[in-house]
Design a protein around this ligand. Sequence first.
Ligand code: ADP
Ligand code: LRH
Length: 519
Amino acid sequence: ATEHRFAAVDLGASSGRVIVGEVAPGRLALHEAHRFPNQPTRVLGTLHWDILSLYQGVLNGLKTAAAQTGNGLTSIGIDTWAVDYGLLAADGTLLANPVHYRDTRTTGAAEKVAAALPPRALYAATGIQRLPFNTIYQLIAAQGTPTLTAAHRLLLIPDLISYWLTGELGTELTNASTTQLIDPRTRDWAAPVAQALGIDLSLFPPLRRPGDPAGTLRQDVLTEMGTTHPIPVTAVGSHDTASAVVGVPATTPDFAYIATGTWSLAGLELDAPVLTEESRAANFTNELGVDGTVRYLRNIMGLWMLQECVRTWNTETARTASTSSTGTTGSTASTASSTGSADLTALLRAAAQATPLRSVVDAGDPAFIAPHHMPDRIADACRRTGQPVPRTPAETTRCVLDSLALAHRRAIEDATRLSGRTVSAVHIVGGGVHNTLLCQLTADACGLPVIAGPAEAAALGNVLVQARTAGAITGGLPELRALLHSTQPLRQYEPTGDHSAWDRAAARFGDAQVTRAGT
Ligand code: ADP
Ligand code: LRH
């Protein structure tokens, strides 16, 4: 059978990548064409995505992908992080750099939204977890600003990249559901919600669904890529988490998944949303997935907490090195010697030796969303809850990983209880697959086997939807997942250790998330 090659553009908050997938019946292989950093930039106090640099990374990646495949790409698919958007003028010009979801402009927006539409009604209509950065809160915060007032179109990030590549406008459904403006029962716009909030739905181009055509590369893009061969763009699950869940190599229906990267997205795949008041109180989301599915999950802070700690320690180490090289002595010297090396592998090795469950924090707490001072915020949370404060980077790292494992367990327990489903295994996909300590701790905390892999699940889910659309493979999600299972390297972790220690930690942890969400 003919082998097809597809390019998956996958932009995560930590890095962007263009990955080539080679697909034929029974065969699926990935090659990374290009990976580039995603470095947000603060301008006049507002945190922005550097969208042009990301787009340049996409172009460079596509150029490499085209060269590597002898200009033989069958199609291209695009997925990125959710909720954020760019605003276009009537002539298609991007009016401003997209604002980063970690920016604080949405402070107070939830109260404004609640005044127009009570949280219960909003959840019953959209089923979306309350997160301060959902698109509706961003739009409420931006209401009346010159840019939003001038905007003719609003494009979610994958739709913006797709527009630049093809000149075609569209709003892909899985990602549109994270705006909190989609009704998960009809899988169409929740017009009454938009109306209550004064949001103009005509800003959004028409909806398209995974598998729909999304245009063909513009001539100038082809020139940039050094090819003349016309290449179509296919809509995939353009929300990276939608693609990542397609990329879960499950072989039975009773699985839970955790997509771990910058975030941990932990939950179940359902065929209908759960819109109950209990579900709202537990802060569960019903995002829309590929093939009519619902991603019933909770957002957990994820490896962002660790990344930010490492960034802080590295900055401190660098500052100390420069202070000591100029001969100055000061208080930073002692900080640096106590932080030591912030190299991730060494840190994880040391964290594996640190006392288990010495202190745990609520990894669902929005207090950890913003950048900066992460080790201090973790220490404060431990102090506030009467637990020992981590003293070293290894102890802080262990605290983060124990806390994530505990939050994974709570999310899976809550999801099964609220949906009436049972789970026999937990799949971990995403960059966190490389963190063997986190995978083992999650198996221990859940008391369930963890199957870890693939790390590039979003790119794989992206490729699989393209491959099916092009006719390179056939079948529903179970068949796509069977192909993953038979072709991708996976590692299984069995629960070890004293499970009652996790029960005690869970009890100590209390019902913080539920209490917070219910308010
Ligand atoms: P995103 O898609 O949100 O950009 P990824 O899925 O790429 O994120 O995951 C990035 C995270 O994966 C990093 O923050 C890091 O914690 C983890 N990671 C990646 N590689 C390794 C590794 N070799 N060892 C341990 N952790 C890793
Ligand atoms: C993960 C993710 C997640 C969203 C967040 C904004 O990359 O898309 O699903 O909640 O970014």
